[in-house]
Design a protein around this ligand. Structure first.
Ligand code: ADP
Ligand code: MG
Length: 222
């Protein structure tokens, strides 16, 4: 499902980051851990085809990403990847409903109200459909962003620091929601975090035999 070989990324004016090889099965959970600055968000950007690797290869959901050009990358990402960014990037000018509709337009699909409401309903926020993001609590906004991420039933869900600045109870909820949503959709789930609590919130056995694996990035790989 996600396979990388010899992956490295050199920022034009910054660090060269080299990453261990991974093989993640469909439906599995991958935890990317390590201190701030070790390359977790960069790894997510590579797997989402937001940036192209400067070395090595990436295969995600049957698609080789190495040479994907921007238009094809955008179209592929809209269908295959559900991204929950650290900053949620909900459009403040649009309603919750419209924020999800935008994900359908981006994927070249027609707006489908029943699907948008079903996704919001699955995360318990359909009653907020007409609100603007500025009228949501942090937890509600994260649920809306997750509903948007999984609206098109992506094969892969990528979550960047989903528990940042959350207290223990909210962090437990956030990880539980990600696991339940990925499981309900059969999606592969990747959580990148420097928060040591997250590993303790993932049960050792998920989806039967497929457990979760950890890719631990270290500062010395820079
Ligand atoms: P993490 O998510 O683990 O905190 P990042 O992937 O954001 O780490 O960053 C990894 C390293 O790459 C850091 O040393 C950071 O300073 C560097 N870096 C990130 N973004 C850029 C950029 N746009 N230009 C140059 N260097 C960057
Ligand atoms: Mg990061």
């Amino acid at each position: 499902m996600i396979t990388t070989r010899g992956l490295a990324y050199q920022y034009p004016n910054g660090a060269r980051l080299a990453f261990p090889d991974v093989d993640v099965q469909q439906g599995a959970v991958l935890l990317i851990s390590g201190p701030s600055g070790c390359g977790k968000s960069t790894w997510l950007a590579l797997v989402a085809a937001l940036v192209a690797p400067t070395e090595g290869s990436i295969l995600v959901a049957g698609q080789t990403l190495d040479a994907l050009k921007s238009v094809a990358a955008d179209a592929w990402r809209a269908r295959a990847i559900g991204f929950l960014p650290q900053k949620l990037h909900l459009s403040a000018a649009l309603s919750v409903y419209q924020n999800l509709a935008m994900a359908q337009w981006a994927a070249g699909q027609v707006e489908e109200a029943s699907r948008i409401h079903a996704a919001l309903n699955a995360l318990g926020v359909d009653d907020l459909a007409l609100r603007k993001p500025g009228q949501l609590s942090g937890g509600q906004a994260q649920r809306v962003a997750l509903a948007r991420a999984v609206l098109l039933q992506p094969q892969v869900i990528l979550a960047d620091e989903p528990t940042a600045s959350l207290d223990d109870e909210a962090a437990t909820d956030a990880v539980g929601l990600l696991l339940a949503t990925a499981r309900a959709q059969g999606s592969t789930l990747v959580i990148a975090t420097h928060d040591a609590r997250v590993a303790t919130l993932i049960p050792p056995e998920i989806n039967g035999q497929i457990g979760f694996q950890t890719l631990r990035l270290l500062r010395n790989q820079l």
